[in-house]
Design a protein around this ligand. Structure first.
Ligand code: CA
Length: 488
């Protein structure tokens, strides 16, 4: 988009968008991986030091009741970009599980996504880090252009990890191409054991066994110890070269997803675990981004949002409590699976403080579009609540009164106020449950009051059956609806 069109668009938005502001802010959305609610000093951690995340909280608003929309990676990331509950779609990574390294693109290229709206409004948009939402229309060929991908759903630039750091392929992708691939040693991958056997493929890649199988492409292998520094360097460079116009950076570090391999200068730095070392590395990387914004004079007019794609996969590491006081872990419907850190900082507009309201990563798309002065088309971002008025402290600001969360197996629960309703407790343990779906008639539901019982120990059924029924009805209504956000 050339400058004149961008200026015209801004004029249009200023006139008709319903917001008046001098200049749209830069937006940096930091989505960490498998970081739990309790994984920062500002959320009560004492054994792991996170001075930069704590600084964000001190200078911004820290939400105590923030949730990923799902308890595993791919569906939360889908919703973060599309503003739609992932379970409205069908397939691995959408209404169940996560996607793998040979998945096709999971976001339709025709969809009105948050990055697309921002780009149309004149923003320079980039995703740097973990993607995990597939490439191409069928199984991607990593020797060819990986298209469609992030650039076809709204990002101007992409640099990062195709799936996860424990999955094949172990290479970086820049825009449409694998970085550093030697054409004389093409890369082939599969997630099918029989094909792997027939083709002589191995799970061994970049120094250790991964999920999936591959052969070739060795020149392009990443080093696990250098992933965080690489993604941070790319992010700093993006900010530096984009500072003349508003930019949107979705920075998606692999910290602290398994395998927990921190950069060498963070190895054994926490005295707790390699996962906690990776947490310290994450904090340091966030510090580098904050310093970059300070150095360029951009901090005041940059909206930063920080959260995680799902809860921690462990509850206790030598006394450090990654899930805080909450029950359960990654992939589960218990709070530990989806309650995550949630901080926003925008020095020019948002007063620092602690907020108690229910919020979700699902709400970030509508919120950042509102911050940019964009009026979202009525059929776009269908489940994403605009939290900006509440963050700005406006009177009678609309609030999210309920939220649906999804387990790693695709089962749903609903939160409203202090209550949570789980339709079938046999399914609450997600991947760790090993329990098959029961029939509706046999399901044993659960109702918990998170204010009185943060550890979800006391099932309030059957005593509060009317509350349970109200939440069950709400869940069914939202499942049947196409849009759940207020139309503004
Ligand atoms: Ca994750």
């Amino acid at each position: 988009m050339n400058g004149r069109i961008a200026i015209t668009l801004f004029a249009y938005v200023a006139l008709f968008g319903g917001y008046s502001q001098a200049a749209p802010p830069n937006i940096v959305l930091i989505l960490a991986d498998d970081v739990g609610w309790g994984d920062a000093g500002c959320y009560g951690a004492t054994k792991v030091k996170t001075p930069n995340i704590d600084r964000l909280a001190r200078e911004g608003q820290r939400f105590e009741n923030g949730h990923a929309s799902a308890a595993v990676c791919t569906p939360t990331r889908y919703s973060l970009i599309t503003g739609q509950y992932s379970w409205r779609q069908t397939g691995a990574g959408l209404n169940k599980g996560v996607s793998n390294g040979e998945a096709p693109l999971l976001i339709p290229t025709t969809m009105i996504t948050a990055p697309r709206l921002l780009r149309q409004a004149g923003y320079r948009t980039a995703l740097i880090g973990k993607w995990h939402l597939g490439f191409g229309l069928t199984k991607p060929d990593y020797n060819q252009e990986l298209r469609p991908g992030p650039l076809e759903i709204g990002f101007d630039e992409y640099f990062g990890i195709p799936a996860t750091n424990d999955r094949i392929p172990t290479v970086f992708v820049h825009d449409h191409r694998v970085v550093g691939l030697d054409p004389a040693d093409p890369i082939y991958i599969t997630y099918d054991a029989a094909e792997a056997n027939a083709q002589g493929m191995s799970p061994w890649a970049a120094g250790r066994n991964r999920i999936g199988w591959a052969k070739g492409g060795k020149a392009a292998w990443w080093k696990d110890t250098e992933i965080a520094d690489t993604l941070t360097r790319e992010s700093v460079q993006f900010i530096e070269r984009s500072k003349e116009k508003p930019f949107f950076l979705l920075y998606a570090p692999h910290n602290v997803h398994a395998p927990a391999i921190p950069g060498t200068r963070f190895a054994d730095s926490s005295g707790i675990s390699s996962r906690a070392d990776m947490l310290r590395e994450l904090d340091s990387c966030i510090g580098e981004l904050l310093q970059t914004l300070d150095r360029l004079g951009l901090a005041k007019d940059t909206l930063i949002l920080y959260s995680s794609d799902n809860g921690a996969y462990v509850n206790d590491e030598k006394g450090h409590k990654p899930t805080g006081p909450y029950r359960g872990k990654k992939s589960q419907l218990w709070e530990g699976g989806h309650r995550v850190p949630f901080i926003v900082r925008w020095p020019a507009r948002i007063q620092p403080g602690v907020a108690k309201g229910l919020v979700s990563t699902l709400d970030m798309p509508a919120t950042i579009c509102a911050a940019a002065g964009i009026k979202v088309p009525k059929d776009a971002l269908p489940d994403s609540f605009n939290l900006l008025p509440a963050m700005l402290g406006e009177k009678d600001a609309p609030k999210r009164d309920h939220l649906i969360v999804m387990s790693g197996n695709g089962d749903l629960a609903i939160r409203s106020g202090d209550l949570k309703y789980i339709p079938d407790l046999a399914l609450a343990n997600g991947w760790y449950g090993g329990t098959k779906k029961t029939t509706n008639a046999a399901a044993r539901p659960g109702l918990y009051d998170l204010a009185k019982d943060p550890g979800e120990k006391q099932n309030l059924l059957p005593q509060q059956s009317a509350d349970a029924q109200r939440l069950a009805d709400w869940l069914a209504k939202d499942q049947a609806a196409a849009v759940t956000r207020p139309i503004q």
